[in-house]
Design a protein around this ligand. Structure first.
Ligand SMILES: [Zn+2]
Ligand SMILES: [Zn+2]
Length: 170
């Protein structure tokens, strides 16, 4: 969805819509959308700058990085971004240290779909977990520890256990 910068009304443009992204569009490639990504956004021209402010919500299903169980990952995030015309890219170096949130639009258009997709990707943790204390998979019997409560005894100095502990620490 391309927004023509020069046709924005002075009071700004309010958009409320769903985007049908695919899991393969995401950095978290195994994620599956349980509902479309919904966006409420106001796009406003302030001098040469474009303010893009809104809310992104959706629900996804993705595998836990420790136990591989699929879990539901809800997204409800606010964003408040500033875009500058590409011509100002020359002073990018100066700005980049001061304000990381500045981006650029090209050819007087803003690709809202790309902006939303980037915001969505930024919400994902590096290692998604079904719960923050997920115990992962039992090194003895291979079952998911949380579900099986398998009761295998693992000696603290067991190399298999140390391996798992280090894995969880990551
Ligand atoms: Zn897990
Ligand atoms: Zn076990």
């Amino acid at each position: 969805m391309r927004i023509e910068i020069d046709t924005l009304p002075p009071e700004g443009l309010r958009i409320s819509r769903d985007f049908d992204f695919q899991g393969s569009d995401l950095v978290e490639e195994e994620a599956v959308f349980l509902q479309p990504a919904h966006v409420e956004v106001t796009i406003r021209k302030i001098g040469e700058e474009i303010s893009v402010k809104g809310r992104l919500s959706t629900r996804l299903s993705m595998p836990c990085s420790r136990c591989l169980t699929l879990f539901e990952y809800p997204v409800d995030s606010l964003f408040d971004l500033i875009f500058l015309p590409e011509e100002l890219g020359d002073i990018k170096e100066e700005l980049s240290n001061e304000d990381m949130d500045r981006s650029y639009f090209i050819d007087r258009t803003l690709d809202l779909e790309a902006v939303v997709l980037e915001q969505l990707n930024l919400t994902f943790p590096a290692k998604p977990l079904c719960s923050k204390d997920c115990q992962g998979i039992c090194p003895v019997c291979g079952q998911i520890r949380r579900e099986s409560g398998c009761g295998c005894s693992v000696r603290e100095d067991d190399p298999r256990w140390i391996k798992i502990k280090n894995f969880i620490k990551d």
